[in-house]
Design a protein around this ligand. Sequence first.
Ligand code: A3P
Length: 349
Amino acid sequence: MGDEQTMPYPYEFYNISDEEKSLNEKLHAYPYEFLRVGPKGYLVSKIFKTDAANIYNLPLRSSDIFVTSYQRSGTTWTQELVWLLASDLDYEKALSTPLIERYSFLEMFMNVPDTGIDGFMKALSQNSENFDKESMLKMIKWLGSPITGDLATRPSPRFIKSHLPMSLLPRNLLDTAKMVYIARDPRDVAVSYYHHTRLFMHTGFKGTFKEFWHLFHGNLMVLTPYFEHVKEAWEKRHDPNMLFLFYEDLSKDLPAAVQRVADFLGKKLDDKQKATLCDHLSIENFKKNKAVNFDELRVLGMFAKDEEFIRKGKAGGWRDYFDEEMTQEADKWIADNLKDTDLRFPTVK
Ligand code: A3P
């Protein structure tokens, strides 16, 4: 796979404006080349185009389980929950096998800069102090390769992670496979994503949070527009193969969320099993758990010292980051985008 010409694809790719380009270049240590795709104009890195049609036409199995989201919405948390329930609570494997090996990350390759491995290594060497070049090269080659071909050889059940919106995922996905989608208050997503762009040394976001917020709500971060992403999944929430979750609901009542996921996957849990699972999924245990905290990337030197992948794990932390002007902007942005839908975030009144 990997040849964009061979498969039918219903969407057009188009360039971003010069103004958008220069904003992005100004703020990122290493700017990607971006395109927009489809009628909603989702922002993707240019390299996405090489495997977009293969993703769209991916042959699915009825045992496939997708965990999807707009990034920084609680995907990792949901992935671990789903994997453990679907794998009959196999903690031994969960603790010994990194999540990035237990799940196939559908569009991971588009996060490796378009100039390929050389560009990535150059950007990293400018920002990172010490890293083992050889191990890094191996990891980058793995992360930067499209996986649609490899997926065909994976045993069932396949666990697939993606931040793509419904329309860019395999067509008619819900006719065959199951999907759990997690959404989060966009203000908390913005804060979490801001830290995420500082965490990865190769992207090295240089601006303030306020500047980041303008890129995010101005649809200049990957896979924005944010609300279109969430709304596409929300519209499918009643499909029997779809479970739509909110980060805030997991945060408020994790045992209830665990039960919903168990019911969705057709799994039974007694109270003791539920309590053990909730303990395993607590933010404190998650931070220490090397199978989910992406420690393998930190060891390689890919992460900034003062940032973490599993960070605060709270709902409502955005209040510490938004000034009055940003708060008003966010209120208006959210109200405008919720006007034509019954989508409501638990924390947005
Ligand atoms: P914060 O940066 O606000 O802390 P994703 O997995 O989609 O990238 O989402 C990351 C967000 O989920 C981060 O939010 C992270 O801390 C939070 N998270 C991860 N594991 C969690 C857990 N066990 N409990 C609560 N929040 C968690």
